[in-house]
Design a protein around this ligand. Structure first.
Ligand SMILES: [Zn+2]
Length: 248
């Protein structure tokens, strides 16, 4: 047996439908918040920059160790040369040893130049690494500021949609509260199956749910149905709401 509900209650389904359509629009807008994707992209960028910063810090600390090692290498050579010179100056060294010390001093001087070159090269690399690190930190600050700004706009948009959704949900529960449960259940079931539209106006012989004109047999059938019989579109199965404009 067909479901029955007063014409007034059937009519009221269109109000519920209008609210449900607004709720769908809110859900749709929620999916389309550009700032959600933007914030995600910035978070990914931030993660990648953090990894680069860690790598830069490691490089700086490695180079700093190299620099200390190079410094101590130079220092050892300098000390050795200093000792050699002191021995030479002491006057207690024989002619043979003197010539040995002299040639050692020459090779120490050469070695010192080489080691200082190594140290200079390390210091130059260290300077580059520190500059790269500072640049990354600056970039991070910039991206983080962008992220905060985007997150702010995103949260604002979400809050606004939350407020709208809560308002419509409240309107809906009030609208549904006065309707018979079986009518609402049927409407909800169809709405779920039919892309969010469960009830549609029958206007000038056309179902406003699927926009297909009803044939004469169907129209005659609806015309003959009692006003409290819940009629449905044969094409889309949606509940058809009859009004004076239905063309019956
Ligand atoms: Zn239809």
């Amino acid at each position: 047996m067909a479901l029955t509900a007063s014409a007034e209650h059937q009519q009221a389904l269109l109000d519920v439908q209008a609210i449900d359509t607004k709720l769908l629009q809110v859900a749709h807008r929620r999916k389309g918040i550009a700032e959600v994707a933007q914030a995600h992209d910035l978070e990914v960028q931030l993660g990648s920059i953090d990894m680069k910063i860690v790598a830069a810090i490691t490089e700086i600390s490695d180079l700093d160790l190299d620099r200390m090692k190079a410094e101590s290498d130079v220092e050892q050579v300098v000390n050795r040369a200093q000792r050699d010179r002191e021995r030479m100056d002491s006057g207690s060294v024989g002619a043979k040893d003197l010539s040995g010390l002299q040639s050692e001093l020459e090779s120490l001087a050469k070695r010192q130049t080489e080691l200082e070159d190594v140290e200079l090269e390390i210091m130059a690399r260290l300077e580059d690494a520190r500059a790269a690190h500072s640049q990354l930190v600056e970039q991070r600050v910039e991206i983080e500021a962008q992220l905060r700004e985007v997150q702010g706009r995103r949260d604002e948009a979400i809050n606004e949609l939350d407020a709208q959704e809560a308002m419509f949900a409240d309107e809906r529960s009030q609208a549904v509260a006065v309707l018979p449960q079986d009518l609402v259940s049927l409407y909800d079931k169809i709405r779920e199956d039919q892309g969010g539209v469960g009830a549609a106006l029958l206007q000038h012989g056309e179902c406003k749910g699927c926009h297909i004109a009803l044939d004469t047999d169907e129209l005659a059938h609806i015309r003959n149905a009692a006003s409290d019989v819940v009629v449905r579109c044969e094409q889309c199965r949606r509940i058809l709401i009859r009004t004076l404009e239905s063309g019956l």
